[in-house]
Design a protein around this ligand. Structure first.
Ligand code: GLP
Length: 261
């Protein structure tokens, strides 16, 4: 069953399980592409969007979505991992999406974690987003501590693409993708909060019980730099797609705000 509602100005869609939530996220992305075939998507990595990308690959194969004219910008990249490194976000995107759809790879952009002059590269990344006309739809995951992209707690609301230090918690969470925790890079390039909030629309996907506290704080806690995702409430076009486990308290606490399909 799909439950839809509005909490503090954010559209919420709660699906029964991760598969259904991922299908819904894929459909919203496909709808954006259908409305504007040359749209600009902001894309995310991590475990959360993997099933969404799988669904988009299926939809592309069956002709339901066409990436031929789409441009993409990824949120972030580890510093020190080159484009061929198995854990780089460039390889992640190629492996989980780009290699399997009819997108022009020359129109897919991921920050370069091995750029010689990182501040300059970050400024150029911002310029490239502007030159492409801005991001039409930004897909986001959600960190356990409320981070979005690699904007850790305390990230300024006016921050732009820049080099950041990862918190010990994020390094620990992301260690599952690396041989040992010592192999996890300590720094990253990330779009800033302001960069993300400039997207015309935002789609945040969160799955699993472990995200339920972060979801609750995002939707119903104070709007604060201490919980970066709460800053999304300053944007007027945000959709949050959850499975029931991630919705956790949210659907219970604010049931009055929620209607059923
Ligand atoms: C990572 C990424 C974020 C992602 C988040 C959650 O550190 N930089 O973009 O949303 O953590 O990851 P996951 O989806 O694996 O839980």
């Amino acid at each position: 069953m799909t439950v839809k509602g509005l909490i503090n100005g954010i559209r919420i869609i709660v699906e029964s399980d991760p598969d259904a939530a991922s299908r819904t996220a894929a459909e919203l992305i496909a709808r954006q592409i259908a409305e504007k075939t040359d749209c600009v998507l902001g894309l995310a990595t991590g475990g959360t969007p993997v099933q969404t990308y799988e669904r988009l690959i299926q939809m592309n194969a069956s002709g339901e979505v066409d990436f031929a004219r789409v441009t993409t910008f990824n949120l972030d990249e580890y510093i020190g991992l080159d484009r061929q490194h198995s854990q780089s976000y460039r390889v992640f995107m190629n492996t989980h999406l780009f290699n399997h759809i009819n997108i022009d790879l020359n129109r897919t952009f991921v920050p370069d974690g091995c750029a010689g002059d990182i501040p300059r590269h970050c400024a150029e990344y911002e310029s490239m987003i502007q030159s492409a006309g801005g991001i039409d739809l930004q897909l986001l995951g959600l960190g356990h501590n409320g981070h979005i992209a690699f904007n850790e707690p305390g990230s300024p609301v006016n921050s732009r693409t820049r080099q950041v230090d990862l918190t010990a918690e994020t390094i620990e969470k992301n260690a599952r993708f690396f041989p040992t925790i010592n192999d996890v890079p300590r720094h990253a390039i990330t779009m800033g909060i302001a960069t993300i909030l400039e997207a015309k629309s935002i789609l945040l996907l969160a799955l699993g019980e472990a995200k339920s506290d972060a979801v609750d704080a995002m939707l119903q806690g104070p709007i604060t730099q201490s919980h970066p995702a709460s800053l999304l409430r300053n944007h007027n076009d945000v959709t949050v797609v959850l499975d029931e486990a991630a919705a956790g308290k949210t659907s219970v606490v604010d049931r009055s705000a929620i209607s059923m399909d």
